[in-house]
Design a protein around this ligand. Sequence first.
Ligand SMILES: NC(=O)c1ccc[n+]([C@@H]2O[C@H](COP(=O)([O-])OP(=O)(O)OC[C@H]3O[C@@H](n4cnc5c(N)ncnc54)[C@H](O)[C@@H]3O)[C@@H](O)[C@H]2O)c1
Length: 336
Amino acid sequence: MKTLFVTGGAGFIGAHFVRYWLSANPQDSIITYDALTYAGNLASLADVIENHTGRHTFIQGDIRDKEQLVELFKHYRPDYVINFAAETHNSRAVLSPTLFFETNVIGTQQLLQAAVDADIPHFHHISTCEVYGDLALKSDQAFLETSAYQPNTPYSASKAAADFAVRAYAKTYQLPVTLSNACNNYGPFQYPEKLIPFFVTSLLRGRNVLIYENSHYCREWLHVEDHCRGIERVLKTGQLGETYHIGSGFERSVQQVADHLLACLGESESKKQPVPDRPGHDRRYLLNSEKIQKTLGWRPQIPFTEGLADTVAWYQNHSDWWEPLVAAAEVREDAW
Ligand SMILES: NC(=O)c1ccc[n+]([C@@H]2O[C@H](COP(=O)([O-])OP(=O)(O)OC[C@H]3O[C@@H](n4cnc5c(N)ncnc54)[C@H](O)[C@@H]3O)[C@@H](O)[C@H]2O)c1
């Protein structure tokens, strides 16, 4: 019987993780802690809140609030603290970098300090492939867990600095930590500013798909449920002090994803509208995920075409979830 304290659990991946863990681990309970920024949404947890009253508690709070965190840690005595909380949208980071450093760096450091003060037995931090910078489009390289950090954007720099804070707290204060870097996730409940839901919800609203000029730039795509299973594997069988990559190895360019979505929704090529690239737009990321595959036996299970078709269908059937979000916080992809 384990207790998990999940920060950022009302966001895209965090909410999937909470739902997945409660159903896969029926003895365990979860405290979801989330500031409910524009990206946090209790509607993403509605079924969890309804079906798991005894095993799930939601607390609204900010990872920068160390005092509250220490109190909560001492009260709930979690076996795991898992940090998903972050500002996550690259385009917003270009326009408002300070918030990204405040949340992602200072917030993570305050959470780490609270974990030290309350003797948390296992702290897991969620990171990204973007901390390594980018790869040439035509190369057979992939990032290893030991590759140098070379972030290019305010978002990836803030995530990189957070990872260094995790490392420093492990080395200096002997906080038991694990860390995972994942590639681009997709699936239901992803905020409509992110590439796949941005394209899908634009098309569902009869709009054009705004596509950066460098649409041949490439990403590695992972279904969010495969990511959650990977994190579970790291928590249960990973080595403390280690970092694990969680990637699918499945690469598609932005152009290819757009074409796939246009075909899924029966729309024509003319819906693609080029806009100038975001400054610092990385060309390509690819994780080498052999370590988690060989040492922990994790493999992605959901093929991209299947996962993407299900995701498109989910957005078609859940306009009640995404329409208010589009109206509340539309991001300008041509603001530079
Ligand atoms: N989405 C991806 O493709 C991807 C890939 C790799 C890694 N990641 C990482 O996974 C994590 C989750 O990403 P996501 O896509 O679910 O993000 P998201 O933006 O959907 O959710 C972030 C959540 O964090 C909460 N939050 C923000 N600031 C907070 C604060 N100060 N205190 C408490 N809560 C706060 C928000 O309310 C929101 O619920 C992030 O750390 C991100 O860097 C994401």
